[in-house]
Design a protein. Structure first.
Length: 121
């Protein structure tokens, strides 16, 4: 899934050109400077993990092109993590790209096509 996502990612995100991640990996991608960073296959966010002290079932989320993203404000920007996919995809967007959610519109199509939705039991 992550390799398929890597191949499906756009050349530009929020107007920024795709660069080369360091280290180079099929699980990461970057755009611009400062870098908008994508990582695929990250662990489940603590805010989504029942029993974790950070667990928050009502945490802020955004639905963009049928992909749900957990939104977490951090020093210097936002971290967005998919909530409804079989592999977690994380996107870190620096404050330089306000509004930070704009990057999600450029990436959600690739995530939707390459990373299947979780099955609900």
């Amino acid at each position: 899934m992550c390799r398929s996502l890597h191949d499906a990612l756009p050349k530009r995100v929020d107007g920024q050109s795709r660069g080369e991640a360091d280290p180079v990996s099929d699980y990461t991608a970057v755009w611009g400077d400062p870098a908008i960073e994508l990582r695929c296959g990250v662990p489940e966010p603590a805010r989504l993990t029942p029993g974790d002290e950070e667990y928050n079932p009502t945490a802020d989320a955004a639905e963009v092109n049928q992909v749900s993203w957990l939104m977490e404000k951090q020093d210097g920007g936002y971290r967005f993590t998919t909530t409804d996919r079989v592999a977690y995809v994380e996107l870190t967007v620096p404050d330089d790209y306000k509004p930070e959610v704009e990057a999600l519109a450029d990436l959600s199509g690739a995530v939707k096509s390459a990373v299947p939705k979780q099955r609900k039991d």
